[in-house]
Design a protein around this ligand. Sequence first.
Ligand code: GLN
Length: 194
Amino acid sequence: MRIGVLALQGDYAAHRQALGERGIATCEVRTAADLAGLGGIVLPGGESTTMMSFLRGTPLAAALVRSIQAGMPVLATCAGVILLAREVRNPPQDSLALLDVVVERNAYGRQRESTVVPLQVEDAAALGSSTLEGVFIRAPRIVAHAPTVTVLARRGADPVLVRQGQILAATFHPELSANSPVVDRFLSLCGGAP
Ligand code: GLN
């Protein structure tokens, strides 16, 4: 199995490393053709405004939407969650609108307020772990979600790890934590659990 990592901008190299450490083959996705034959796709953190400006109106954006609607497993982290959110606030921004959440960008403060915090796991069986840390870097906050979206972990009252079908979305950066169960959970959605 090969996992694609959207490589337009952001911390795609860290995702490739986290997957590589688990023995998973990865490739960088920059065109629609790069999506062929993938077992799953990672939408990394970075700057969602920049990523959207590279994606908007492209064959890659159309192919991403088609593939995800057709059931391709997704791990979206931080800016990747903003790309998928149905609605983006602060400021408003267009998106691929495939995940039924509303997000507010940069809701936990500026870069210097970046933090590593223990999270509350809501469903240890679904995550495969009862403990989880979150690395937050200018993270968005999920301010609303549809009933079809399951909350797997929270920071205080805020959902920070959610699942909708085959989409796993973290407002933090699991790829920056050693052995994060979030990456393993994603691989099990891809049918290639380590
Ligand atoms: N602040 C970024 C944005 O709004 C997201 C930050 C991140 O991905 N670490 O796009």
